[in-house]
Design a protein around this ligand. Structure first.
Ligand SMILES: Cc1ncc(C[n+]2csc(CCO)c2C)c(N)n1
Length: 239
């Protein structure tokens, strides 16, 4: 995979800038929400983090499937290679980090794999799977961009903001994983491959893609928000 030099938000290409600007309110609220603040400070309760990780293990399985479907929507070997590599990195990287955390909470992998998805997590993965099955390659690239970009952005910001306390933070492995250049580069790769396609599309399609992106950033927000409240159903009293 050819990874472009890393660029900051000021040097984003035009369509990515538009996407980022459209999601700005949710994006910044997302960074300032209690789950993320307490994760950075190391004060988040283990039960809340375990709830999140259980949901995230299920999420990653669907997320890997979306990449498998994406590979069927192109004849470009570079794109097929990227999709295969992300699948491998999910299974060998992120899921391993999660399993280690879950084992430290004495949760066994089979129980986690058989857990129910929360309403919020299910809505998110249903959306990306339906985009994968019914959309074009560019729809999939935009639908998965919030996952890569939001995590890389928050990971880096948390690592900087809480640098002094990081060594004693029990969630350091999580922050260390998402702060890396590799994660940032995978978001950047998506951005760079969305841009030339976006240039060929009419405004009506760009609006659809913008909606898809903002929706994804909102789902990322609610994934953490619902984990903070350990909420399985849309309304807590329905649990
Ligand atoms: C709900 C949720 N959203 C995003 C990620 C982060 N993530 C998942 S796969 C991947 C690789 C990107 O190509 C990244 C960054 C997560 N773990 N959970």
């Amino acid at each position: 995979m050819n990874l472009e030099p890393l660029l900051d938000n000021n040097t984003l290409p035009p369509f990515a800038k538009r996407l980022r600007a459209a999601a700005d309110r949710i994006w910044e609220d997302g960074y300032n929400q209690p789950f993320i603040r307490e994760l950075g400070a190391g004060t988040l309760a283990p039960e809340q983090f375990a709830f999140y990780l259980t949901q995230d293990t299920l999420y990653l399985r669907d997320y890997a499937k979306v990449h498998a479907i994406a590979a069927t929507k192109t004849d470009d070997l570079e794109i097929m290679d990227f999709m295969a590599q992300v699948q491998a990195s999910i299974v060998h990287g992120e899921m391993t980090m999660q399993r280690e955390f879950l084992e430290s909470y004495h949760l066994d992998p089979a129980t986690v794999a058989g857990a129910k998805q929360s309403a919020f997590a299910y809505a998110y993965t249903s959306n990306i799977l339906s985009v994968a099955y019914t959309g074009d390659l560019v729809d999939i690239l935009v639908a998965i961009l919030p996952c890569a970009w939001v995590y890389a952005d928050y990971g880096r910001r948390l690592a900087n903001e809480f640098a002094d306390e990081l060594d004693s933070n029990p969630y350091k492995p999580w922050i260390d994983m998402y702060r890396t250049d590799e994660f940032w580069a995978s978001g950047r790769w998506l951005i760079d491959h969305i841009e030339p396609i976006a240039r060929t599309l009419p405004e009506s399609r760009l609006e659809q893609l913008e909606t898809l992106f903002v929706r994804g950033v909102g789902y990322e927000y609610m994934f953490w928000d619902s984990a903070y409240r350990m909420q399985m159903q849309w309304k807590k009293e329905w649990q």
